[in-house]
Design a protein around this ligand. Structure first.
Ligand SMILES: Cc1ncc(COP(=O)(O)O)c(C=O)c1O
Length: 362
């Protein structure tokens, strides 16, 4: 057969989305399944967001503001950066793709920790770049010394995921200071801070505040998690003005939709509510972590809205057992399982299933 697509993409894994709750409930014949697989916050859209979306819907026959002026102004104001340094996109994952497009030619290298965000290898391969994966430390975090050593003349981009998805581990200020001091000035470091709002450890630096002015640092944020806009796709990055200008040249035109812009503006009015919700997640995160540790699991401290169960070769069986009891979690066999923090009731149900499964198999 004539080959019409790139042969190198055949070996690429698919991005695995969390399973659909309604499908699972139907399959199991239960009223409701629980989804703790995609790191969303469980409290619904923020106040005012649905109204803003409804309002915006009246003009969807028009293109959105391609310059995203009002929203970039607002984000710039919120973080004390000039709006020309802000680029928005259809989720931060799209911006990660654009960063590859803006920095890498075929064969250039992208270095990242592994295991980390599952989209990195897909994004790198899609952009024709070569992935250089640096194994996590025994404590499930980034090995910054090894990452710095993995940088070569071919390296154009380094993804640093802080806190790390899926392990929840975080880098502290001293190690990041040292690392950023070692990275060559012609290599762009992307600080992917999708879970920044859930960080409570004061030693884990806010990348934007602490490193945002470095010439070779880009900070990536999303409104999918703490800000409750996962379904609308809205992410942003902050970079130096020249870098932002180049990125803007290759970003998909109009990819921050009119509805997403309106919803993001409404969500940004709700910072106090976001903080309140994040505090609830953090309280539950501690409770779930402690309960899992009582089951003899070596759960690392998480600074995100999920926890990591390093179950090794028990991963697939545990993930399936949870699913059979109506709880969808995200397994990365044969390493471990990532479980999103849900409502207290959802977490209780997960813990019940975890206890039953782990005591039955241990
Ligand atoms: C570390 C990390 N970065 C980026 C993203 C992408 O988020 P979105 O594209 O929804 O903004 C995710 C989503 O799970 C993530 O975990």
């Amino acid at each position: 057969m004539t080959r019409l697509t790139r042969a190198d993409l055949d070996a690429l894994p698919n991005y695995v989305p969390g399973r659909n709750v309604a499908d699972l409930a139907r399959e199991l014949g239960i009223a409701e399944a629980i989804k703790l697989a995609s790191n969303e916050v469980p409290y619904g859209p923020l106040p005012g967001v649905v109204e803003a979306i409804t309002d915006a819907a009246r003009t969807v026959h028009r293109y959105p503001d391609m310059g995203v002026v009002q929203l970039r102004d607002r984000i710039g104001e919120r973080f004390g950066v000039a709006p020309e340094r802000v680029v928005t996109g259809c989720g931060s994952v799209a911006l990660a793709e654009i960063l590859v497009k803006a920095t890498c030619l075929p064969g250039d290298e992208i270095v990242y920790s592994w295991r980390s965000f599952e989209a990195y290898p897909i994004i790198a391969a899609g952009g024709g770049a070569t992935s250089v994966r640096v194994p996590n430390t025994a404590a499930h975090g980034h090995d910054l010394t090894a990452i710095a050593e993995a940088i070569t003349d071919q390296t154009r981009l380094v993804f640093v995921c802080n806190p790390n998805n899926p392990t929840g581990t975080s880098l502290r200020r001293a190690e990041l200071d040292r690392f950023l001091g070692e990275v060559p000035s012609d290599v762009l470091v992307v600080l992917d801070e999708a879970y920044r709002e859930f960080v409570t450890d004061p030693d884990v630096p806010d990348g934007l505040e602490t490193y945002g002015d470095r010439p070779n640092v880009v900070v990536l944020r999303t409104m999918s998690k703490a800000w409750g806009l996962a379904g609308l796709r809205m992410g942003y990055l902050v970079a130096q003005p020249e870098i932002a200008a180049t990125i803007r040249k290759v970003v998909t035109p109009f990819s921050t939709s009119l509805v997403a812009q309106a919803a993001a503006l409404a969500a940004l009015d709700q910072e106090a509510e976001v903080r309140r919700r994040c505090a609830e997640v953090v309280t539950e995160r501690s409770r779930v972590t402690e309960a899992l540790r009582k089951l003899s699991l070596d759960v690392p401290d998480s600074q995100a809205n999920f926890v990591w169960l390093p179950l090794g070769d028990r991963t697939a069986a545990f993930t399936a057992a949870c699913e059979n009891r109506g709880v969808i979690v995200r397994g990365f066999h044969p390493e471990g399982v990532r479980v999103t923090i849900g409502t207290p009731e959802e977490n209780d149900q997960f813990l019940m299933v975890a206890e039953a499964t782990l005591t039955a198999t241990s």
